[in-house]
Design a protein around this ligand. Structure first.
Ligand code: ZN
Length: 157
């Protein structure tokens, strides 16, 4: 029987919720399922670990601590940067942008300084997931050497 293990390409439907509020922060329901290569750090650590050994059709429900998900909240991730650095972009609170060192969210806007936060929006959070395994196949040599899944059948996208 084919199970989830290293160097398999796995397709799942998933719904992620916050344990405290029950709010859904992400779900693949109503869109295409998620496909990923197992064992190459494409997913948050706990997500893959909980699916290991499972077969097609299995439904799994689990809760991850923040360290198994998006990590602890790092106060040093909050920085003030001069408004000039935004160039032609108008900084707006809540907007997420990508810089050379990664994505960040704008927290506060003043005339001269903009407060930005490089923490992932789910940093410091425990996360609940419900996952259904849709498909499992062997990864191609090319996928393994690239470290990510390609399209259906392993063709490069
Ligand atoms: Zn590739």
């Amino acid at each position: 029987m084919t199970i989830v293990e290293e160097n398999k390409v796995v397709t799942v439907h998933y719904t992620g919720t916050l344990p405290d509020s029950g709010d859904t922060f992400d779900t693949s329901i109503d869109r295409d399922p998620l496909t990923f290569l197992v064992g190459h750090k494409n997913m948050i650590p706990g997500f893959e670990r909980e699916l290991m050994g499972k077969a097609v059709g299995e439904k799994v429900k689990f809760t991850l601590s923040s360290e198994d998900a998006y990590g602890d909240y790092n106060p040093d991730g909050v920085q003030k940067v001069p408004v000039e650095m935004f160039g032609e972009i108008t900084p707006e609170v809540g907007k997420t942008l990508v810089s050379d060192i990664g994505p960040f969210t704008i927290k506060e806007v003043s005339d001269e300084l903009i407060t930005v936060d490089f923490n992932h929006e789910l940093a410091g959070q425990s996360l609940c997931f419900e996952v259904e395994i849709i498909e499992i196949r062997d990864a191609t040599e090319e996928e393994i050497s690239h470290g990510h899944a390609h399209g259906p059948g392993g063709h490069h996208h």
